[in-house]
Design a protein around this ligand. Structure first.
Ligand SMILES: [Cu+2]
Length: 466
């Protein structure tokens, strides 16, 4: 954990925004975080006790207790975020990172949040899901003027309801959210025994459109994003969620992308126990292995981690578990284009085609432009994982210490519990009645594939771009 503390001097902030001269002189420190590692849970140093959350590849914001009020300081500013090793994005975020730090408070806490704008345009802060006075809702033009560059605004309200929330600007949203401005907010129950779990992970679903070889997201993209991320990290850059066998685990996710994400967990069934509106009554829950999270929604899922292993946890839209790629590639399965790619390559150096045996890039040597991620990547104990984007693992292990979140390495499968190659005799495979005894040979690809003459997608320069 790299913790670079930047202390803003009173002098630099005097006269800023709505914060009074006296208030500005005593602004709380704005801690900064630059690394992308998952920070350990932030144990509350004062105030009411609670069970802290773990922000996936993120951290929680320390506060200052002043006359019984929890004071936080968020600084909106340009940041650099490593999306995964090999690719860094120039984003906008808070306190050194995108997303900003998680804010954790307790039901009934009075909260005061200073928001300083170090961006080149005005911003504001909306506290998504909070029940608060209208004038604290942070909608530019509607409930407040924009926070101009260099200015600080102060928001104050009581965190009335325990639950799962987000924060994000309500000013030039298309740009500011496409640039990564968002953060998580958890209001813990007054009674720490209520809704208690052993491990509580949180992250935001976000997406970027960054041309391979460039660093800044395109902000006008509506649907065709090429980097699908958990907390501005793409697989294999997303940490595993490490849990102890027998733990009750909660995972909370909020969706600030432009599309829905069916989030899927392997090896366990879970229940949705919370939404942006609050907790779901136990009688209204049902078992799931996938839950769809619509745009602007939050879901808290809970399960007992009773099944040891390395379990995939991912968005079920297959294009969301890939990194930067070109989508406009014809399907060449079954087409013999041997030799053709090489010939075209002499003319167009970065030319690539989809494989004739499928899309697997396993054996493919493809030069990547600087600062991008392979579309299918990640090495597992059995070879290439061939994933990207919104994919990580839940690692369930026996006998971990209570606060041990360290990656335990790959799961060691007990003897006899692993799929393996069969080399013995094969039983006859029964066929549907009326089916031919042997499959008919498929017609020559030249007759049924409009791309048989190899007039294929030809891409220049960054071969992955849209
Ligand atoms: Cu998705």
């Amino acid at each position: 954990m790299t913790n670079r503390r930047s202390f803003l001097t009173g002098a630099a902030l005097i006269g800023a925004g709505m914060a009074s001269r006296a208030g500005a002189a005593s602004l709380p420190e704005a801690p900064q975080q630059s690394g992308a590692a998952t920070a350990p849970p932030l144990l509350p140093p004062n105030g009411r006790p609670y069970n802290p959350v773990v922000t996936l590849n993120g951290w929680s914001l320390p506060w200052r207790m002043k006359d019984g009020v929890k004071e936080f300081h968020l600084v909106a500013e340009p940041v650099e975020r490593e999306l995964a090793p090999g690719m860094t994005a120039r984003l906008w975020g808070y306190n050194g990172q995108s997303p900003g730090p998680t804010i954790e408070v307790v039901e009934g806490d009075r909260v005061r949040i200073f928001v300083t704008n170090k961006l080149p345009e005005h911003t504001s802060m909306h506290w998504h899901g909070q029940i608060l006075p209208c004038g604290m809702d942070g909608v530019t033009g509607l409930t407040q003027p924009g926070i101009q560059p260099g200015k600080t605004f102060v928001y104050e309200f009581v965190a009335k309801h325990a639950g799962t929330f987000m924060y994000h600007p309500h000013a030039d949203e298309m740009t500011q959210m496409a640039m990564g401005m968002m953060g998580f907010w958890v209001t813990h129950p007054k009674d720490p025994a209520q809704h208690a779990v052993d491990r509580d992970f949180v992250f935001l679903l976000n997406a970027y459109d960054i041309e391979p070889g460039s660093y800044k997201p395109k902000t006008n993209t509506m649907l065709d994003f090429n980097l699908w991320t958990f907390n501005s990290r793409a697989f294999p850059g997303i940490d595993p969620m490490v849990v102890r066998k027998g733990d009750r685990v909660r995972i909370r996710a909020g969706n600030l992308t432009m599309t829905n994400h069916p989030i899927h967990l392997h090896g366990h069934t879970f229940e949705v126990t919370g939404t942006d509106g609050g907790w779901v009554r136990p009688s209204a829950r049902w078992p799931e292995v996938t839950t769809d999270i619509a745009v602007g929604q939050m879901r808290a899922i809970e399960f007992i981690a009773d099944n040891p292993g390395d379990w995939a946890f991912h968005c079920h839209k297959s294009h969301h578990t890939m990194n930067a790629m070109g989508h406009n590639v014809p399907n060449l399965i079954g087409v013999d284009h041997s030799g053709v790619a090489e010939k075209i390559n002499r003319l167009v150096p970065d030319y690539m085609v989809m494989g004739d045996k499928g899309g697997s890039m396993g054996g493919m040597q493809m030069p990547l432009p600087e600062n991008t991620l392979p579309m299918m990547t990640g090495e597992g104990p059995f070879g290439g994982i061939e994933m990207g984007g919104m994919f990580t693992t839940v690692k369930v292990r026996e006998g971990l210490a209570r606060n041990d979140y360290k990656d335990p390495g790959w799961y060691k499968h007990p003897p006899g519990t692993l799929a393996r190659e069969w080399t013995g005799e094969l039983p006859a495979a029964p066929r549907a009645p009326g089916a031919p005894a042997t499959p008919a040979p498929s017609p020559s690809p030249a007759q049924d594939n409009p791309h048989h003459n190899h007039v294929m997608e030809v891409k220049r320069g960054g071969s992955h771009q849209h």
